[in-house]
Design a protein around this ligand. Structure first.
Ligand code: TXA
Ligand code: MG
Length: 357
């Protein structure tokens, strides 16, 4: 039996050519999951912290390892459509229209929960959030274990989601049994969470599948606007969205507007922080920062990518926030994408990361 709190084993996928159930990394991780253990798994969005969704004790361990409050429900991951009835009591036509188009992929749907699924997974709710990840390693493991896997992002609660196995270990080493390392995540931002049981469907969390893509299939969707901090997050439509989240330790300052606005903010903050001996971190799109600003010193840059390449900007977002969040960096400056396409999800994550409560 694997012992949590002792040692976290890293299994590495050498080649995605061998993802058979007998491949050693897949077979070992499937065994751990069957024994009620915790395995951090690669998905196309971010790494998830997985346990057998049908084992309440295993699911409890996810909440303990992350320090996640029990009111915040988990997403259940499946590898095939045939697995959905093991966790959901119904799969309405509108939901099937969406999954027909976007599964496997970064779309999570709320469905009426099956009675077999432990209440710990859904935090006592009548619905379960279900998704079929696009990552071949995630699906190979779910299929090999033949278990639906409950998996939130594999970070400590409220912190930045992990896009590499190293990110996972930096926060959860010794608290989970294993991490299955398949390299950096492709999308870099979590899945879109949609409630298709409402009319119109309610977009709870923007993500890898865009609002425009969903509306092209099912017509208008409503955008959920989470309230500010609340004493009863468990009562909200999507409880996880109420709090400060994805947060670095340094103060994150968002700059709306384009290059000129960022350069002005950089000059101002370098002057004020420099007086106190602090550095200013900058999430810097390609070719935005010029030599005159760098010459002044006091800046740590993260090369974020081309500002119009939203796939690249999304992929690098969390790695950049982690990179800049280091001792001596007091403030991180970050330009805000506009709210179209992937930009909606990027803005959402940045605005929650910048909240102070
Ligand atoms: O891309 C992703 O979705 C990643 C990967 C690992 O799949 N997972 C992820 O899980 O981001 P997590 O737990 O960090 O975020 C899930 C969000 C939370 O905000 C939670 O409150 C919401 O989905 N959620 C889960 N089940 C729900 C339910 N039954 N009703 C409303 N909201 C739900
Ligand atoms: Mg999360």
């Amino acid at each position: 039996m694997y012992l949590s709190g002792v040692r976290t084993v890293r299994f590495t996928i050498g080649s995605i050519d061998d993802l058979s159930p007998e491949a050693p990394a897949i077979a070992e991780c499937a065994t751990i999951l069957h024994q009620g253990g915790l395995v951090a798994i690669p998905t196309e969005t971010v790494y998830g912290l997985a346990a057998n969704a049908l084992n309440p004790a295993a699911v409890m361990r996810i909440f303990e390892a992350k320090g996640r409050p029990a009111w915040d429900p988990l997403i259940v991951h499946v590898s095939a459509f045939e697995m959905v009835p093991r966790v959901a009591a119904e799969f309405p036509a509108l939901a099937q229209q969406l999954t027909g188009r976007f599964w496997p992929g970064p779309l999570t749907l709320l469905l009426p929960k099956s009675t077999q699924l432990p209440n710990t997974v859904t935090a006592g709710r009548a619905t379960v959030a279900v998704r079929m990840p696009a990552h071949p390693v995630a699906r190979a493991l779910i299929a090999a274990a033949d278990l639906p896997l409950a998996a939130p992002s594999a970070n400590r609660f409220g912190r930045i989601s992990p896009t590499t196995a190293d990110h996972v270990l930096s926060e959860l080493d010794g608290r989970i049994d294993a991490v299955l390392d398949a390299g950096p995540a492709e999308v870099g931002v979590e899945s879109t969470v949609l409630d298709p049981l409402r009319t119109p469907p309610l977009l709870l969390r923007p993500g890898g599948v865009t609002r425009e893509q969903i509306e092209a299939i099912v017509g208008r969707v409503e955008l959920y606007s989470p309230p500010g901090p609340t004493p009863r997050p468990g009562a909200l439509a999507s409880p996880g969205l109420a709090a400060r989240h994805y947060a670095p330790t340094a103060r994150l300052v968002l700059v709306d507007g384009e290059r000129d606005a960022l350069l002005k903010a950089a000059r101002d903050y370098v002057a004020s922080e420099g007086e106190r001996g602090n550095y200013v971190g900058i999430m810097a799109p390609d070719n935005w920062i010029d030599d005159t600003i760098l010459a002044a010193g006091g800046i740590v840059l993260f090369a974020w990518g081309a500002w119009s390449d939203w796939a690249q900007i999304g992929r690098n977002l969390f790695a950049g926030l982690r990179y800049l969040d280091k001792p001596g960096v007091n403030v991180i400056l970050c330009p805000l994408p506009s709210a179209e396409g992937m930009g909606l999800a990027l803005r959402d994550r940045l605005m929650r990361a910048a909240r102070t409560s």
